[in-house]
Design a protein around this ligand. Structure first.
Ligand code: NDP
Length: 443
């Protein structure tokens, strides 16, 4: 049995019933094992077994009262995965599908993503199976306050700094920050994604979507491809999808799809700035369904994901495993040039394999969606300095970071006639984490 097979067996036996976590770790091991076999300094360190084990996981009960006075309970989590290069850093997800497997996969990916940004941030992730959909503001506030009452024991500006993710936007961060401040009697940068009036960084809401497009532009430029007039299929219609769409419109590309958990819209005329304003209001303020877009702008709405729509570029920006092997085949048949992940692990292993086999440009989320956490890192710096940087300065730093991540991927992922961004991102992230862990001894 090869070392890789041995490791994957160990991973599966040690983490039964955690398919998403195993999927993420397997992809990483497949990229990194051939690399460490050629680098003697890792011999005898058991570094891969150490990296795949989280430093700490907290699970807790979150009791709260709904508007009718019913006593409700959800489960809260924080996975503090790796602190080799800085305080644990990663978002909180509120979604009914949240479980330990999903948060471990997200926390694991976060370690290498954060390392790629070049900023001093460890990896973590957390959240709850609480579903904010259909809840009143008052119920969301009560839930957030109860969640933070327990989480506050485990986090801190130099220990663990959570941010948003699916179901956790400015509103939820606000309620959690208020409660943390009240419990600790301290005004500190313990969460990122804060409001601009109370310590938030400019460009943080835009950062993941903008960063994704900056990375995509680098990827296309490396092949002498211009983004102007390219048709782009985006899934999702939340934070990442909205700002990716905004930047694409600015750069002259044509966005033809958006989606949510009920289906996707296909607008062959393209989503322009005015239509996008409507989406911001629909999803961000009214918390409505994307099907309303189709009614308003007289275009089609269908169930399922948008990957059957012919496009030059596909940007999955909704959730994990939303782009399958057969979706990849459809995209390839329709002559798609490039796929860049805005979401975390939206493509299944089979889909990635299909893209790579067909030499389609493919960027994994841990590289292409790192812009969000990068600006969260910049928010932490601004909070420590007690300063606010202008948006142009933050945006320029974001561009620079995405460019650097692209260069790291090229450095470690270049092959004769193809750049393997999956290999490049995993090895680039691994080196920084592994070497820091070796420097710090067996802890
Ligand atoms: P939002 O909550 O703002 O939006 C999520 C979008 O995805 C919504 O359109 C939602 O539809 C859709 N969605 C969620 N779950 C599912 C599902 N199971 N099936 C189909 N559609 C679904 O989240 P974000 O935009 O912040 O996050 C999107 C992705 O990007 C996630 O994978 C997240 O981890 C990743 N990411 C986010 C970052 C950030 O800074 N926000 C940073 C890096 C990665 P509906 O409205 O119906 O729920």
């Amino acid at each position: 049995m090869s070392y890789l097979e041995e490791l994957i067996n160990y991973l599966k036996n040690k983490n039964p019933n955690e398919p998403e976590f195993v999927q993420a770790a397997e992809e990483f091991l497949e990229a990194v094992v051939p690399f460490i076999s050629n680098h003697k300094k890792y011999d005898g360190t058991n570094i891969l077994h150490r990296i795949i084990e989280p430093e700490r996981i907290v699970m807790f009960r979150v009791p709260w009262l709904d508007d009718k006075g019913n006593q409700c309970v959800n489960r809260g989590y924080r996975v503090e995965y790796n602190s080799a290069i800085g305080p644990y850093k990663g978002g909180l997800r509120f979604h009914p599908s949240v479980n330990l497997s999903i948060l471990k996969f997200l926390g694991f990916e976060q370690i290498f993503k954060n390392a790629l940004t070049g900023l001093p941030m460890g990896g973590g992730k957390g959240g709850s199976d609480f579903d904010p959909k259909g809840k009143s503001d008052n119920e969301v506030m009560k839930f957030c306050q109860s969640f933070m009452l327990e989480l506050s024991r485990h986090i801190g500006p130099n220990t663990d700094v959570p941010a948003g993710d699916i179901g956790v936007g400015g509103r939820e961060i606000g309620y959690m920050f208020g409660q943390y401040k009240r419990i600790k009697n301290e005004f500190t940068g313990v969460l990122t994604g804060k409001g601009a009036n109370w310590g938030g960084s400019l460009i943080r809401p835009e950062a993941t979507g903008y960063g994704l497009i900056y990375f995509l532009v680098e990827m296309l430029s490396a092949q002498d491809i211009d983004i102007r007039n390219k048709s782009v299929a985006i899934s999702g219609s939340g934070n990442v999808a909205q700002y990716a769409c905004k930047k694409l419109i600015e750069l002259g590309a044509k966005v033809i799809t958006l989606s949510d958990s009920s289906g996707h819209i296909y607008d062959p005329n393209g989503i322009d700035s005015k239509k996008l304003e409507y989406v911001f209001e629909l999803k961000g303020v009214r918390r409505g369904r994307i099907s309303e877009y189709a009614d308003k702008f007289d275009c089609s709405f269908s169930k399922g994901t948008p990957w059957g729509v012919p496009c030059d570029i596909a940007l999955p920006c909704a959730t994990q495993n939303e782009l399958t092997h057969s979706d990849a085949q459809k995209l390839i048949q329709n002559n798609c040039l490039a796929v860049a992940e805005g979401a975390n692990m939206p493509s299944t292993a089979g889909a990635i394999n299909e893209f790579q086999k067909n030499k389609i440009l493919f960027a994994p989320g841990k590289a292409s969606n790192a812009g969000g956490v990068a600006v969260s890192g910049l928010e932490m710096s601004q909070n420590s300095l007690r300063m606010n940087w202008p948006s142009e300065e933050v945006d320029n730093k974001l561009k620079e970071i995405m460019k650097n991540i692209h260069s790291i991927c090229v450095k470690y992922g270049s092959q004769k006639d193809y750049i393997d961004y999956v290999k490049g991102a995993n090895i680039g992230g691994f080196i920084k984490i592994a070497d820091s862990m070796l420097d710090q001894g067996l802890v």
